[in-house]
Ligand binder design. Structure first.
Ligand code: FAD
Length: 532
């Protein structure tokens, strides 16, 4: 009965909200905000990449393509998930085999072309391509083999976490990955991705071993114990040392969790984490969302936890896809329209979402339950965020991430609030995650950290780019002042000096790259801008 009256009240409040929205905005505008994307966005030429390579594109275009591989594109341009990095390239090879990669590398060496390996191109600074280069599109090179007895999975690098979860469910689950499942394994290893499992640490720790093809076409097996120097360069190495052609990853049990959520003041979080969450081995997944509403901007924090329970009589359903995509997309896009809608989005996350949904299949749903709710580990991790893609022209949503020593959390959030307010930044989401010390060469966390992940909306014109650049530069200065590091797969607005101060090992990293790849066959826009 209580549940019914709750649902009834929720129904009434949702209906009231819809009526108000229709009055304020009109049906057409709401439809546009909720509309499905019509294709990949392509908003403009490379921004932030600095001076593009001085290349004789006419000479490059005149080179006859290798016949033995399948080119899905010759000439033309490519972009990434930011939509702001349109870059002219030689062409894209649709990789289906190791042989395709070996032949393409030999062709590139012979014709003095450069090569970049690409997953689903959700890096946002042209890290998966470079002007005039060949792109190895790995998405079709994606076999997955489950090794039950070894409790591992062997995958080709174009496999996405989404596909891997489908292959592991119902018995097993992914151990470490991003907070959403859309990314390829190759792209994820190359940034040392991390996500909701605050115990597992980043991806590096769950890699049993990898096979990598080097610039000369030779194959190397690398792991924490076999060729560890190369392993530590390839992990978080942005594709600059070789092409990952296979990886064996540790997997986890698909445990049953009880979902939990609580609202708190952001200042309470560090002590709560150290005193309660970190010590409780049963909490398997955890993250926070900071308020993006003006009235409680970056002060309130919604903490989501997933705590292990006895799942012996829990009936595991097949994995499902996110529901209510248009409504979720509408909520995100409305929040770009001003303070009233930002308040409504936060109120909805705090008070409504969890009453509307039962414990079903995706994280977006699993975080919603008002009552004790049981989910599989795979459920919250199986979220391909289709609601983040939209059909809005001249509009881009950009990710940022800052790794801050744990003692600096409150001071950093205070500084971040000032930067974002002063710049009138349109902040859509701010998540808090846990990061451990990571030992790969280009580590973003030489000591345990909290990470602040920001999703920021911008217009795609010069003014939008100028404002994003300014806010990014200031956030990076703030990060450096708090002895933190910024995450590298995003826009290239930082100066060489900021890169050196945040990553003191960067010159040694570039030197190691030239040692393994003296001809600089492997490259990308990031390397082109900062290594020269
Ligand atoms: C909306 C959004 C949410 C995100 N959430 C998270 C998160 O929760 N946690 C997190 O850690 N990151 C997150 N990221 C960043 C994301 O993890 C990285 O950009 C990741 O690299 C994306 O994988 P991808 O398949 O798109 O790789 P791409 O962008 O295609 O490639 C990334 C890099 O990997 C290299 N690469 C790709 N495949 C190979 C290969 N087989 N061999 C060698 N090099 C290769 C590329 O050359 C490139 O330098 C997020 C990004 C976005 C846009």
């Amino acid at each position: 009965m209580r549940k019914f009256s709750q649902q009834f009240k929720t129904g009434v409040s949702v209906a009231a909200v819809v009526v108000v929205l229709l009055g304020v905005y009109g049906y057409r505008k709401l439809q546009a905000l909720a509309a499905d994307p019509t294709g990949e966005k392509d908003c403009g030429p490379a921004v932030g990449g600095g001076e593009q390579a001085k290349l004789d594109l006419e000479r490059i275009k005149a080179i006859a393509p290798l016949k033995d591989v399948k080119w899905s594109q010759l000439g033309g341009s490519i972009n990434d998930a930011s939509c702001l990095n349109r870059t002219e390239i030689y062409g894209v090879v649709d990789v289906r085999s190791v042989d395709d990669i070996a032949k393409t590398l030999a062709f590139a060496r012979d014709k003095k072309l450069s090569v970049t390996t690409a997953g689903v191109r959700h890096s946002m600074g042209g890290h998966a391509f470079r002007k005039g280069g060949i792109v190895l599109d790995m998405r079709g090179f994606n076999k997955i083999v489950l090794n039950e007895s070894a409790r591992s999975v062997t995958v080709q690098p174009g496999a996405t976490w989404h596909d891997i979860q489908n292959a592991l469910h119902p018995r097993f689950a992914v151990r470490a990955m991003q907070s959403t499942d859309i990314f390829t394994v190759g792209g994820s290893i190359s940034v040392n991705a991390h996500g909701m499992d605050h115990q597992a640490g980043a991806l590096a720790k769950s890699i049993k071993s990898m096979k990598v093809m080097l610039a000369d076409g030779s194959l190397k097996t690398v792991s924490a114990t076999e060729n560890p120097d190369l392993f530590n360069l390839v992990v978080g190495g942005y594709g600059l040392f070789g092409v990952i052609i296979e990886a064996e990853l540790d997997i986890a049990d698909n445990l049953v969790y009880q979902t939990g959520r609580r609202v708190m003041d952001y200042k309470e979080f560090p002590a709560l984490f150290a005193g309660e969450i970190e010590k409780n081995a049963d909490i398997g997944l955890m993250y926070g969302h900071l308020s993006t509403a003006p009235s409680s901007f970056l002060r309130e924090l919604l903490l989501y936890t997933y705590t292990k329970v006895d799942g012996s009589d829990f009936k595991r359903q097949p994995l499902g896809e996110v529901s209510g995509v248009k409504l979720r997309r509408l909520t995100v896009n409305l929040s770009k329209q001003g303070p009233l809608f930002q308040e409504m989005k936060w109120l909805s996350e705090k008070h409504i979402e969890h009453r509307m949904e039962n414990c079903t299949v995706t994280r977006a749903q699993a975080i919603g339950s008002a009552e004790a709710c049981l989910v599989n580990r795979n459920d919250p991790m199986h979220d391909s965020v289709p609601y983040l893609r939209n059909a809005l022209p001249d509009d881009a949503d950009i990710l940022h991430e800052y790794f801050i020593p744990r003692s600096q959390f409150v001071a950093f959030v205070d500084g971040m609030r000032k930067v974002l307010t002063d710049n009138k930044t349109n902040l859509l989401n701010a998540s808090v995650r846990i990061v451990h010390q990571e030992n790969n060469f280009l580590t973003y966390s030489p000591e345990p950290a909290f990470s602040l992940v920001l999703y920021i909306n911008q217009t795609t014109d010069d003014e939008g780019n100028r404002r994003m650049k300014k806010a990014t530069e200031e956030l990076i200065d703030l990060t450096i002042a708090h002895k933190g590091r910024f995450f590298l797969p995003y826009q290239l607005y930082y100066s060489n000096d900021q890169l050196q101060r945040s990553y003191p090992q960067i010159n040694d990293f570039f030197a190691a790259k030239r040692k393994f790849d003296p001809g600089e066959l492997f490259t990308n826009t990031f390397y082109q801008k900062y290594a020269s």
